[in-house]
Design a protein around this ligand. Structure first.
Ligand code: ATP
Ligand code: MG
Length: 453
């Protein structure tokens, strides 16, 4: 493990630095992953050249992270991220540094990094690996270890504690004992870290093979309690007979069982039952009930997603899936009921909702879910999608102008009439003619809407 193979383009790229009297190294995740034989996604480079010097060396340079000394350089059709060697200035309130100091020493640059396995560098010229902190040994032993005293390092930047959990699950590594101990003692500092940074790490956890590796670690160390107390509160909350896990573990295992390629479905799975903790009651016969728990889950999930600065699109999808996860299809459903379901869930979310529901079932009692689950339902949905073609208000044969012409005022009242027409057509698509709909609208307006005036 003393050298790694290097692409020709990268060697050419490095040569330009050398010809200008500078050094360039591949650093961080790419070196770690290459030594582990994992597929490489992106390269990070470090150099002693300052951003100003790099701008003089290359034609196309984008100042992507100039505050931290990072530039993106376009070279032979590739984009390379290069950061000037630096030490971090003062850490403020356990967050990222306020200023960076450029330095010329590779060793110092590597020592400011979070874990030994992330502090390896490779010289692209000869593929030689530089290791000042026993990173290779830890890679070999599959260990995540802070560089230096973990207390000091987590004080500087508390996010590193969450990153340790993230690497444990993306790499299937173990966190070294002293590092773990410091996480147990210092997890509360994570409350100072920005939601955006937590978001990035959480999504990497959700995209790892088995997210519960990180989630259990977060729970054991108290990190879960600090960042997501609503999820941690499900620990020890027992459920009905069919369930073999408490609410928290059920959410974790549902998250594992959702598709790895769908982080939003996994996030929905992690949150789908959080509301159970807050809605649990016991009925007269001593049965546990979780009345309307999915609605409570939506409320709690919304708070969590806002806190970690999820985009509107992410939030919408996750809340939508959480809110609809309790459907109970049987063969007795009428075609109208199937159409209502399609309309409520939305065509583009149906596969995701099925994935969530299958994950939910698997996480209930470790049951195998037969591949034909929902097959009949799926076929009936497809049939409706093919035949009925009526799934949104726009598909009605009349619109607001038509309604205005027969004297229905625009605004919320007209909205109610349109909704009524839509419901009618969902029940019976043959009603979707201009003539029929105008009749129904007039009727509805005269008989029912006057009551609202
Ligand atoms: P990934 O494969 O997920 O990109 P990575 O190791 O490249 O993993 P990044 O978040 O891209 O992780 O960070 C790149 C490198 O920068 C890390 O390998 C590490 O050396 C350093 N680094 C990133 N975040 C921190 C931090 N909070 N504290 C110290 N060093 C960090
Ligand atoms: Mg990276």
């Amino acid at each position: 493990m003393n050298t790694i193979p290097i692409d020709r383009t990268i060697r050419d790229f490095a040569r330009i630095f050398k010809n200008n009297g500078h050094a360039l190294y591949i650093v961080g995740g790419a070196v770690r992953d290459a030594l582990l034989g994992r597929p490489l996604t992106d390269y990070d480079f470090s150099t002693d050249a300052t951003p100003r010097e790099m701008k003089a060396m290359f034609r196309s340079v984008i100042p992507t992270g100039i505050a931290h000394g990072t530039l993106t350089i376009l070279f032979e059709g590739e984009m390379f991220e290069v950061t000037t060697f630096r030490t971090d200035g003062d850490y403020i309130r356990h967050r990222k540094p306020s200023q960076v100091l450029y330095i010329t020493d590779l060793k110092e640059d590597l020592k400011r990094r979070d874990f030994t396995i992330n502090a390896l560098a490779v010289d692209p010229d000869d593929g030689a690996v530089y290791d000042y902190v026993e990173g290779k040994q830890d890679l070999h032993r599959r260990i995540i270890r802070s560089i230096g005293d973990p207390h000091v390092r987590f004080h500087e930047d508390a996010l590193r504690m969450l990153r340790a959990c993230r690497f444990a699950s993306t790499l299937s590594f173990t966190v070294e004992e002293r590092t773990l101990e410091a996480m147990r003692e210092m997890h509360h500092l994570l409350s100072h870290v920005s939601g955006e940074r937590v978001h990035i790490e959480l999504f990497k956890i959700l995209s790892s093979p088995v997210p519960s590796v990180a989630l259990f670690l977060m729970h054991r160390t108290g990190i879960l309690e600090t960042l997501f107390p609503e999820i941690a509160a499900g620990s020890g909350i027992q459920q009905r007979e069919l369930h073999i896990h408490d609410v928290m573990k059920h959410n974790f295992y549902a998250c594992d069982a959702a598709p790895q390629s769908e982080p939003l479905v996994r996030l929905a799975a992690l949150l789908h039952d959080v509301g159970k903790t807050y809605t649990r009651t016991v009925d007269e016969s001593g049965q546990l009930i979780f009345h309307n728990h999915e609605k409570e889950s939506v409320k709690i999930a919304q708070r969590i997603l806002r806190r970690i600065k999820c985009s509107n699109e992410e939030t919408e999808t996750v809340l939508h899936l959480v809110g609809h996860h309790m459907f109970h299809y049987t063969s007795e459903w009428s075609d109208a009921a199937v159409r209502r379901f399609i309309h409520a869930v939305g065509e583009r979310h149906i596969d995701q909702l099925f994935s969530l529901r299958i994950a939910d079932i698997r996480a209930t009692n470790a049951a195998q879910v037969p591949p034909e689950t929902f097959q009949e339902f799926r076929e009936r949905i497809d049939e409706q999608l093919r035949d009925a073609r009526l799934l949104s208000l726009k598909d009605l044969e009349i619109n607001g102008n038509d309604l205005a012409q027969i004297g229905i005022p625009r605004g919320p009242q007209m909205g109610k009439v349109l909704k009524e027409l839509f419901e009618t057509v969902l029940d019976d698509p043959s009603q979707n003619t201009r003539h029929q709909l105008l009749e129904i609208a007039k009727n509805f307006w005269e008989k029912r809407m006057n009551l609202f005036l």
